[in-house]
Design a protein around this ligand. Structure first.
Ligand code: PHE
Length: 344
């Protein structure tokens, strides 16, 4: 009976039950011991030994079975973890791209179609690239415009704007500009960090896309043309832009570029604080010092170069394009919120 019952056990819980039935105080083996009293005296010894041998055998069989069950259960767990049925239906069959990725890729396509290279740059930079090469010397008050995170390693910081890549990218293409007359056209998207208190409108981690174009005779008209074309594509309609003066040490003249409010069409509404315009993108003509630091000539003909630069707030643009009212959505990682965005 014991062998039969043991043979049908296939889980630790039923093994425990069987153990109780056979080995507990009220179990089968104890029952046999109690029966020993009824056995004639001359058979007591051999019968007692028999019961004992049986008990030892039962204990040994239990131990054996226990090991086997543990092994089987582990095997089952591994098989379950490693195999999945790809034909099972699911409610949400696809992952989704982050809205910043969507808008970044859309912009990259637009700029590539206008002959721009897309460049990558590190998030940890040094003081020279983030400030000095951008005409912001040490102790310049403009450093206060950006509350920078400094790392504990000397001279390293988290980039506070994508402009930090300007110098390196200009140097990368300066030779082709001078020797082959190839204009520098590059955009470089990236994550930026500033020590901001976080609320619905402010984040300490946000995305920008910087753009530069450098050639002979580049003017503000070129800047306006490229910005207007890019924004009309991204918003899928003809947008009106205007420039206001703005100050950044690395551009001269510097501007704030506004677009006419997409919601009221310029008549005034709460989204544009009744002004009819939305501030969208700081930009300007690259300061001659910044070009000089990258080894690009700004003074003597015939090789005299000028250029424009802009720093598009990707996070801000995504908020406008998708109608997101709270900036925290982008960094919180809530899949329910993030999976709602789709590319066009
Ligand atoms: N880097 C500036 C900022 O983040 C923006 C900017 C870029 C301004 C390029 C002018 C030209 O505040």
């Amino acid at each position: 009976q014991f062998q039969d019952e043991l043979g049908t056990v296939n889980a630790s819980s039923s093994l425990e039950e069987l153990r109780r039935n056979f080995l507990s105080k009220k179990g089968y083996v104890s029952g046999l011991m109690k029966e020993l009293g009824k056995v004639p005296p001359e058979q007591k010894k051999t019968t007692g030994q028999l019961i004992n041998t049986f008990k030892q055998e039962v204990i040994a069989k239990f131990e054996e079975k226990e090991k086997e069950l543990i092994r089987l259960e582990e095997e089952r767990a591994i098989n379950q973890a490693e195999s999945y049925d790809e034909s099972l239906p699911t409610e949400n069959p696809c992952g989704s791209y982050h809205p910043i990725t969507l808008i970044q890729r859309e912009l990259e396509d637009i700029f590539e179609s206008m002959g721009f290279n897309v460049e990558d740059y590190s998030e940890i930079v040094d003081d020279y690239h983030c400030f000095e090469a951008l005409n912001i010397p040490k102790y310049h008050p403009a450093r206060d415009m950006q509350d920078t995170y400094y790392l504990s390693t000397p001279n390293q910081l988290l980039k506070s704007h994508t402009s930090a890549a300007q110098n390196a990218i200009m140097k990368k293409y300066a030779k082709a500009l001078k020797e082959e007359g190839r204009p520098i056209r590059a955009v470089f998207p990236g994550r930026c960090f500033r020590n901001e208190a976080i609320d619905a409108c402010h984040e300490n981690t946000f995305f920008q896309m910087e753009g530069i174009m450098i050639d002979k005779d580049i003017s503000i008209s070129n800047l306006i043309y490229f910005m207007k074309t890019m924004l009309s594509e991204i918003f899928e309609r003809d947008v009106k832009v205007r420039l206001r003066p703005g100050f950044f040490p690395f551009v001269e003249p510097g501007f704030e570029l506004d677009i006419q409010c997409l919601i009221c069409g310029g008549d005034g509404c709460p989204s544009c604080k009744n002004s009819g315009w939305l501030e969208l993108c700081p930009c300007g003509m690259i300061h001659p010092n910044v070009l000089k630091y990258a080894g690009i000539n700004t003074e003597e003909e015939p090789d005299k170069y000028t250029g424009f630069a802009f720093g598009l707030g990707l996070t801000r643009l995504a908020m406008m394009k998708y109608g997101v009212k709270d900036i925290r959505v982008f960094n919180e990682g809530d899949l329910n919120a993030l999976s709602q965005f789709v590319s066009k």
